[in-house]
Design a protein around this ligand. Structure first.
Ligand SMILES: C[S@@+](CC[C@H](N)C(=O)[O-])C[C@H]1O[C@@H](n2cnc3c(N)ncnc32)[C@H](O)[C@@H]1O
Length: 325
């Protein structure tokens, strides 16, 4: 593959990370244009030309590099399959955003948090997420950051919890990697497995129809989890489901991924005191394009202001991190 810096770059997938990066002008990468199946329905076109997939071949020249910037695994897979059907070759004509952005991202994580992200883990995450029949709504870089947090808290005494699990794609990858590194902490999986509760006034109602019961594969997930001894599934809505947990249990890491304001408030209220010193709370969707998940940001910012906690965020993943002093 030619040096990335000399190649004309094309983004594929008008994702929220791409839009937010352009909006906040923190982005050093310059794409020539973006391909998206819905070119007229994205505000990214205010910053970057967006064309439909059918227009790609006429605009692509030999030597150009397509970066698959979609975030959800199902979208990444669909795009890769489409590109392969057009004759484009992985790692020659197109690469994944997680591969393209990984080096600079890992450097920043090291500089800001002193965590070492393992490249071998990223390869594993990319392969596993694309081979899994359980979708992950966390981007590959996001899964990598959560993996980094799991490693960083490994020596702490306390359970891990993922609040907002969906099909379990992220959880299974994290558990497989924990298994490989002999990390035997409890992993609690918490979800309604039935979609969202009522929205609060802080949430963006555009999201309201994102989930429906038939999107979950709960029995498949539960059966796979039988292979991981220290796991438990907690089915129900936050906050009620939190009251069924052992209230004496301590935690070293919480990954919050419920998209909404009130569960974020409830999670902060329930788990902050149960986190051991050095324990980590990660919020997905802290950064969101067009304020799509604005409730999460409002909840976290309110907490940080009231509690004088340090916050680090990573635009590439939409995540922010709070570390318990
Ligand atoms: C973005 S998905 C989680 C994605 C998952 N972490 C992954 O990486 O693939 C959001 C999930 O939060 C769940 N959820 C949202 N609000 C909830 C609440 N109040 N209580 C329980 N689950 C909730 C939804 O059912 C949905 O499965």
């Amino acid at each position: 593959m030619n040096s990335l810096s000399t190649r004309k770059l094309i983004a594929y997938g008008a994702s929220s990370v791409l839009l937010e990066a352009y909006k906040s002008s923190t982005f050093s990468t310059q794409f020539s244009f973006c391909v998206d199946r819905d070119p007229t329905n994205t505000t990214l076109s205010e910053y970057l030309p967006v064309v439909s997939p059918e227009d790609l071949t006429s605009k692509f020249s030999s030597g150009d590099l397509i970066v698959v910037t979609a975030l959800a695994t199902s979208s990444i897979l669909a795009i890769c399959e489409y590109l392969i059907s057009l004759g484009y070759r992985r790692n020659e004509d197109f690469i994944l955003w997680s591969e393209f952005a990984s080096e600079k991202f890992a450097e920043r994580v090291q500089a800001n948090l002193d965590w070492q992200l393992s490249t071998a883990d990223l390869h594993y995450i990319n392969a596993m997420s694309m081979a899994s029949r359980l979708d992950s709504q966390t981007s590959q870089l996001g899964i990598w950051l959560v993996r980094g947090a799991i490693e960083a808290t490994k020596s702490l005494n306390g359970s891990v919890a993922e609040v907002g699990v969906f099909q379990g794609g992220n959880a299974i990858i994290q558990l497989s990697l924990m298994n490989q590194s002999a990390d035997t902490r409890n992993y609690r999986l918490i979800d309604s497995f039935a979609g969202f509760p009522d929205f609060s006034h802080e949430d963006n109602t555009v999201l309201q129809d994102n989930y429906s019961p038939e999107m979950y594969h709960e029995s498949r997930l539960r059966s796979i989890l039988k292979g991981f001894p220290n796991t438990s599934v907690h089915k129900g809505f936050v906050p009620e489901i939190l009251q069924t947990l052992d209230e004496t249990e301590k935690y070293s890491l919480i990954f919050y991924d419920c998209d909404l304001y009130q569960p974020a408030v409830d999670v902060l209220e329930y788990f902050w005191d149960k986190l051991v010193s050095g324990g980590i709370l990660i919020f997905h969707d802290y950064i969101s394009a067009n304020d799509l998940w604005r409730g999460v940001k409002v909840a976290v910012d309110e907490f940080v202001e009231q509690n004088d906690v340090q916050l680090e965020y990573f635009l590439e993943t939409t995540m922010c991190i709070l570390i318990k002093p």
